[in-house]
Design a protein around this ligand. Structure first.
Ligand SMILES: NC(=O)c1ccc[n+]([C@@H]2O[C@H](COP(=O)([O-])OP(=O)(O)OC[C@H]3O[C@@H](n4cnc5c(N)ncnc54)[C@H](O)[C@@H]3O)[C@@H](O)[C@H]2O)c1
Length: 330
């Protein structure tokens, strides 16, 4: 039977549509994985942004991965002057333009009109379900959501899901592509606004803002609750396993048997804040205090440096039931 898509072994040049924070981070990871990068962004400053991001990411990538060259192979990066030229020069595209539905749809359909139909178009969108992205594509079967986490060259997770008209083979291929990049892809079984991880993230963010605006605790203490409580466990176990362990040897069945009604009562008591000017003022004030006068750039650098140590720790201390490495399944 004829192959529907270009095999990954034949993918050399990966096209980046949009080189903001996320596109530039993909560029670093792609170069470290041996790919050539073709890039297009409507903003001329993207050229310097990619260069600076790759150079800043390189020591990080070298410390996390083996076989990374001493210096970034910038000669493998080529900027082109249109989306059509990008599609013409790429074996696979990762789209990373601004998170606005109409912009993304226009970009996807222009790429789709030129890129041969056997090549994947992957989207980094943090919230748009892929069915909405593929709506105006003539070859929607190759459109797949591949949502990374920032910075994409540090955080392993990528959420992968197809839209209503995506071929399952395209989703399989996207999973394999990300595994080849050293990512930890997860395959969602259903598309939703916000996918999976942003739904989880925004659920806790909503309650954090609710508690802040209701005066339950200071911004500092709300973050301490995660940094010194919940987050410590979450670096090892997810919320469902954490809930299971709350039941001791009886596990989740015991927690539900004892606390079924309480759990539902607590859910019912969760806040549904709106971002009114008053709520925003409390949020801005709280976060200003949290920053302690240190710039966001400095906070970001500190976070990324510490994440590297955490990832090294995780590599030496695998999860009790580590699933098979997806890279070995391809
Ligand atoms: N920032 C994050 O933490 C994060 C994490 C994961 C995924 N994402 C997703 O990645 C995407 C990009 O996010 P970002 O944070 O890099 O945004 P960004 O604003 O930093 O970058 C967007 C880039 O797209 C370019 N662009 C806009 N319209 C374009 C067009 N028509 N053609 C070509 N280039 C165009 C802009 O010039 C800009 O460089 C979004 O879909 C976002 O949801 C963001």
């Amino acid at each position: 039977m004829a192959r529907e898509f270009l095999p990954l072994e034949a993918v050399r040049g990966v096209g980046l549509a949009g080189v903001g924070a996320v596109g530039a981070a993909w560029a670093a990871l792609l170069l470290a994985s041996g790919y050539e990068v073709v890039a297009y962004d409507q903003d001329p400053a993207a050229v310097d942004r990619l260069d600076a991001t790759v150079r800043a990411a390189w020591p990080v990538l070298s410390s996390l991965r083996s076989g990374v060259p001493d210096s970034p192979p910038m000669e493998k990066v080529r900027f082109v002057s249109s989306l059509e030229a990008l599609a013409d020069a790429s074996d696979l595209i990762q789209e990373n333009v601004a998170e606005a539905l109409e912009t993304k749809r226009a970009v996807m359909s222009r790429i789709d009109a030129v890129l041969p139909p056997d090549r994947l178009i992957l989207s980094s969108s943090g919230g748009v379900p892929p069915s909405q992205l593929q709506e105006f594509c003539r070859h929607p079967k190759r459109v797949v959501l591949g949502h990374p986490f920032h910075p994409a060259y540090v955080i392993p997770l990528v959420e992968v899901v197809g839209g209503r008209r995506t071929s399952p083979e395209a989703v399989d291929l996207a999973m394999s592509f990300y595994a080849r990049l050293g990512k930890r892809p997860i395959r969602l079984q259903k598309e939703m606004v916000g996918h999976l991880t942003n739904r989880l993230q925004f659920a806790i963010l909503r309650e954090a803002i609710h508690c802040l605006s209701e005066g339950v605790a200071s911004a500092d203490d709300i973050d301490v609750a995660v940094r010194w409580g919940l987050g410590l466990r979450w670096a090892l176990l997810g919320p469902l396993m954490t809930f299971n362990l709350a039941g001791g040897s009886g596990g989740v069945e015991q927690v539900i048997a004892r606390f079924h009604d309480d759990v539902e009562k607590w859910w019912d008591a969760l806040g549904v804040p709106r971002l009114t000017p008053e709520v925003c003022a409390k949020l801005y004030d709280g976060v200003r205090q949290l920053r302690h006068g240190i710039s966001n750039e400095k906070w970001g650098q500190w976070r990324d440096a510490e994440l590297i140590e955490l990832l090294k720790y995780r590599a030496l201390h695998p999860y009790l039931a580590e699933p098979p490495d997806p890279a070995r399944e391809t």
